[in-house]
Write a protein that binds this ligand. Structure first.
Ligand code: GDP
Ligand code: MG
Length: 178
């Protein structure tokens, strides 16, 4: 995949329990892609080709942030290998929102000179009665951290397709401005 100009390595990061694996599982089953099957490259790596704005793009999605078995090095590895990042928090968990800010800062530190595409993802938007983080707060945070923002629900599959299309668009914007 190193030689593939339309392949993007996208990394899911965020607090345990916010829904990263749920989003990855939906990605693995997205319907209107070119390939009918998602290729599972490992237990926490998925590859899928999508059509976005009339152009195909292959996303290699890494969901290994919470992999305890591999130890701490995996997080450093994750910080280094992504072409793009989805920083996920749960709208029902303020601590996970604060953690997302921390991760944005860590990522900036780890990849100082690079303009890395990032989407801040407020997941579990279906749990309206348990909301602890408003849409406005999420949006404001994304402005401060200079990234995109979207609220999703893995449970009811709201905005998940838009999320993956969105990250492809963010990578392309940077590619095209070079
Ligand atoms: P991870 O630790 O970040 O990978 O989170 P998981 O994907 O394992 O999800 C943690 C828990 O939250 C599971 O019980 C999921 O079913 C639940 N969950 C994930 N996404 C959503 C969502 O959008 N809405 C609701 N209601 N529950 C969700
Ligand atoms: Mg998980």
């Amino acid at each position: 995949s190193e030689s593939c100009s339309n392949c993007y390595r996208v990394v899911l990061i965020g607090e345990h329990g916010v829904g990263k694996s749920s989003l990855a599982n939906i990605f693995a089953g997205v319907h209107d892609s070119i390939d009918s099957d998602c290729e599972v490259l490992g237990e926490d790596t998925y590859e899928r080709t999508l059509m976005v704005d009339g152009e195909s793009a292959t996303i290699i999605l890494l969901d290994m942030w919470d992999n305890k078995r591999e130890g701490e090095w995996i997080r450093d590895h994750c910080m280094q290998v992504g072409d793009a990042y989805l920083i996920v928090y749960s709208i029902t968990d303020r601590a996970s929102f604060e953690k997302a800010s921390e991760l944005r800062i860590q990522l900036r530190r780890a990849r100082q000179k690079e303009d890395i595409p990032i989407i801040l993802v407020g997941n579990k938007s279906d749990l309206v009665r348990c909301r602890e983080v408003s849409v406005a707060e999420g949006r404001a945070c994304a402005v401060v951290f200079d990234c995109k923002f979207i609220e999703t629900s893995a449970a009811v599959q709201h905005n998940v397709k838009e999320l993956f299309e969105g990250i492809v668009r963010q990578v392309r914007l940077r590619r095209d401005s070079k």
